[in-house]
Design a protein around this ligand. Structure first.
Ligand code: F58
Length: 822
């Protein structure tokens, strides 16, 4: 028997009997609990430990395979991951969900209650972090060896509670109940330097070399979380780094009686991985953030070098062992760090090191918003990373020579391409570093990739058109369909066979069923059951009673002006006013569900949340409305809550201003669960609409090029306000003080719209209302709506993250993925 696959032992046996025994053993022996006294959380921990044995046994085998076969591995470098709860996902991937349910059921324990106990690691802000986790899931599924490297934040994204209608942030203590999924790798620790200065020295071959003498060294400790794949023996690893003080430094100061300094250093070192910055789409040049980025990136690259050595590879062929993906620019410092490691520590020649670096890295951009582009003041950068600044100057010098050859006498172009921004105060531009250091650059949806080439990265696209590519995002159907929507999963299994989550191209076979009245009835029943469950949760979390028969109109995502939650509210309020004008107006009963976190310092986003809750306070109680409109703000939108919300959405609101949302992934999750989309031609909406058919998608609004033209011509929101009486009435109503009990409460929102309206809500208002009118009409024809819902699911197979990952493997990483069935 293979020593690491004890398939018939209690620890990894898959029968209900084995699982029950292992569970009870863990409860008693690992947790020290007698079954009669165990809490639901104890049950969760005991089951997690049970399943973890299976997962870890797979993970070590998978890792061993990687070493033996010396395959090119993928390193996905990401400052953020949002894996969601692990337990149910592993049960699905391991194929032991039913046996586990039976095992626990036999001793009177309900599996669903146990699953509900798990806290998720909120180690990200939103789409970017969740995408990283979908990709680790798919990498394992398509059998590619991979490690996702990141930071083990002690406190992840804040917990959101709504108090008196306002967002209040709470500390996310995700580790306080214990984390059974991670393995602290005591043997794997990396030293990371900061500050200090550099010196030159001459090596024994007479070459001038550079040595970095830091002012402080911090230790990174590895914590591994295995990520299983669906129907595959391969596991991905999420390897997160925790910062610790390097003891010798403590003791040195301590021994000299400088206790304060010793303590300070320890605290500073540990602070590095303490907390996730909760900003989305706004770069703030905070020193600690730069340190976090360098910390995990350096740990990751050092670790990759260690693994190269371990599997008998050569540093001079680093790129043959590793394909490194930069998830946005947060790990872009890796370009300079790999150069430093190769040149300073492994004595490679600059040109050789540079060739390796460019072949190793590739860069994914996730935003066109100028305020999100990362740049660091040169002073700050040089004080934290003096050697890297020198290396960046070295890269820049050679790069600008190349540009001069390609574009002689074009100083303006040179200034735009330079790694250093020299308009006024000097900055290091991280996107430029990522572009120069990578062999491929991609956007995350077709439109986004095109706009990238025309706007923020236009000069790079002119210089290296062949580097640019597009990989449209995808989402894992395991978590977001199979787990989130068991009712739908049941129908899919019956119609398509049990393996459907591993091959979404089979969804196409549902198409004919859209015309089958019996199937449509079953489809509606599943959807209604999902909505009933969500309605119960809404009542539990907010006290608001909603009607499952009403149209569930859902907008869940980070709160941001460009995503235009307030446009949605203008529609809600316009409906409300039409009811007030005529209580018998034919209004389709709707439940408007909002969810999402606002960055704690984002004033307007917080006001928008308050505007949602104030609208709810007004509308939900009004007797004239008579329950036809309900407005809910679902608190603490995260992966776990999302899994309850997506399957219950009838209408998916994807209403960002065209050209602003790089891709969106919630749009995919909702459509894959049978929601119809109302949306602009933005991000992946464009491709979703192409896939599902224009007749199954409610399109409205300006296109990205119309937006540019309107802005260039001098956009005047007032003209829309003056010419559209319903718009005027709605805005005046918000300004009147009728909402929230304070006449000044929403003045900033109104002023923003009337005097600037940077995201063109007023320009798109009328088209949005017309599209919503069409939504209401189709909803009235239940069969037509259901057909459309079925066709949405049938045609969304392309948006599985397995497809995205196969594209990365083929066109960017040059690694072999398991071929898809079709
Ligand atoms: C998101 N970006 C895009 N950034 O907005 C979304 O369109 C896209 O679908 C998704 O990436 C995946 O490609 C995003 O989530 C962040 O959260 C950053 C976190 C760190 C600070 C800057 C924003």
């Amino acid at each position: 028997m293979n020593a690491i696959s004890p398939s018939n032992t209690i620890r990894t046996g898959t029968s209900a009997e084995n699982l029950r025994q292992a569970f009870l053993d863990n409860l008693v022996c690992a947790l020290g609990r007698l079954p009669n006294y165990a809490s639901a959380h104890d049950h969760y921990l005991a089951l997690a430990l049970t399943v973890r044995d299976h997962v870890v046994a797979r993970a070590v085998q998978s890792f061993e395979q990687g070493v033996v076969k010396m395959m090119r591995r993928v390193a996905y470098l990401s400052a953020e991951f949002l894996p969601g709860p692990h337990l149910a996902n592993h049960l699905l991937n391991l194929g032991i969900a039913e046996a586990t349910r039976e095992a626990l059921g036999g001793i009177g324990i309900d599996l669903d209650r146990v699953l509900a106990e798990e806290e998720e690691p909120g180690l990200g802000n939103g789409g970017l972090g969740r995408l990283a986790s979908c990709y680790l899931d798919s990498l394992a599924t398509v059998e590619v060896q991979s490690i996702g490297y990141g930071i083990r934040y002690e406190f992840g994204i804040f917990d959101q509670v709504i108090r008196d209608g306002w967002q209040v942030e709470g500390t996310d203590k995700w580790l306080s109940g214990g984390n059974p999924w991670e393995i602290h790798r005591l043997g794997i620790a990396k030293q990371v330097k900061f500050g200090g200065h550099t010196e030159t020295w001459t090596d024994d071959q007479g070459r001038t070399r550079v040595r970095w003498v830091p002012s402080i060294v911090i230790k990174g400790e590895a914590y591994d979380t295995p990520i299983t794949g669906y129907g595959s023996g391969t596991c991905s690893l999420m390897r997160l780094w925790k910062s610790e003080a390097v003891e010798s430094f403590d003791f040195e100061a301590f021994n000299h009686g400088d206790y304060d300094r010793a303590v300070e250093q320890k605290v500073d070192s540990e602070n590095l991985s303490k907390v996730l910055y909760p900003n989305d789409e706004l770069h703030r040049g905070k020193e600690l953030r730069l340190k976090q980025q360098f910390f995990f990136t350096s740990c990751a690259l050092q670790d990759m070098l260690r693994l190269v050595a371990m599997s008998g590879g050569k540093v001079a062929a680093f790129d043959e062992s590793w394909a490194v993906q930069l998830n946005d620019t947060h790990p872009a410092i890796g370009v300079a760090e790999l150069m430093r490691l190769l040149v300073d520590e492994h004595a490679l020649e600059w040109d050789d090191a540079w060739a390796i670096t460019q072949k190793t890295f590739s860069y994914t951009n996730h935003t066109l918003l100028p305020e999100a582009l990362e740049k660091w003041p040169v002073e700050l950068f040089g004080s934290v990373l003096p050697r890297h600044l020198e290396i960046i100057y070295g890269i820049n010098h050679r790069f600008l020579d190349e540009v001069r050859t390609a574009f002689p006498d074009d100083d303006a172009r040179l200034a735009r391409l330079s790694l250093i921004d020299e308009h006024g105060a000097r900055y290091v531009r991280m996107a430029n570093l990522a572009c120069v250091g990578s062999h491929k650059i991609n956007g995350v949806a077709a439109l986004h990739s095109e706009l990238l080439k025309k706007t923020v990265l236009a000069d790079f696209a002119a210089l290296w058109p062949e580097k640019f590519d597009n990989v449209t995002n995808g989402v894992t159907p395991r978590r977001f369909v199979a787990l989130a929507n068991p009712g739908l999963a049941g129908l899919l299994e019956r119609e398509l066979g049990a393996g459907w989550p591993g091959d979404l191209s089979c969804l196409g076979r549902l198409e004919p069923l859209a015309a089958d009245p019996g199937f449509r009835r079953e489809w509606r029943e599943v959807r209604l059951a999902n909505k009933r469950r969500l309605a119960a949760l809404i009542q539990e979390r907010t006290g608001i009673v909603v009607t499952p028969d009403s149209l569930f109109d859902v907008q869940v995502k980070r709160i941001h002006e460009y995503k235009r939650q307030h446009l949605n509210l203008l529609h809600v309020l316009s409906l409300y006013l039409s009811i007030k004008r005529d209580p018998d107006a034919g209004v389709v009963p709707r439940t408007f569900i909002f969810g999402g976190k606002a960055a704690p310092g984002y004033f307007l986003a917080k006001r928008i949340i308050r505007l949602v809750t104030a609208t709810g306070e007004l509308v939900n109680q009004d007797p004239d409305v008579a329950g036809r409109l309900k407005v809910v703000f679902f608190p603490d939108f995260n992966v776990k809550n999302a899994q309850h919300i997506y399957p219950a959405a009838d209408l998916s609101e994807q209403i960002s201003l065209a050209g602003m949302e790089a891709s969106g992934t919630g749009n995919m999750k909702m459509s894959l669960n049978g929601a119809l989309t109302i949306g602009t031609l933005d991000g992946a909406n464009v491709e979703i609409r192409d896939a599902v058919g224009a007749e199954n998608f409610f399109l409205f609004g300006l296109t990205a090029s119309e937006v540019s033209a309107l802005k260039a011509g001098g956009y005047q929101p007032q003209t829309y306000y003056e010419s559209d009486s319903l718009l005027r009435e709605t805005i005046d109503f918000i300004a009147s003080g009728a909402l929230g009990g304070d006449p000044d409460l929403f003045r900033p929102v109104v002023d923003n719209l009337l005097h600037g309206d940077p995201y063109l809500l007023l320009a798109d208002f009328r088209a949005y209302l017309d599209a919503q009118q069409r939504v209401g009409e189709l909803w009235g024809d239940s069969d037509a709506w259901t057909s459309s819902s079925i066709l949405n699911v049938a045609r969304m197979g392309r948006f599985s993250s397995d497809r995205s990952i196969r594209e990365y493997c083929e066109r960017i990483w040059n690694v072999n993925a398991k071929p898809s069935q079709t």
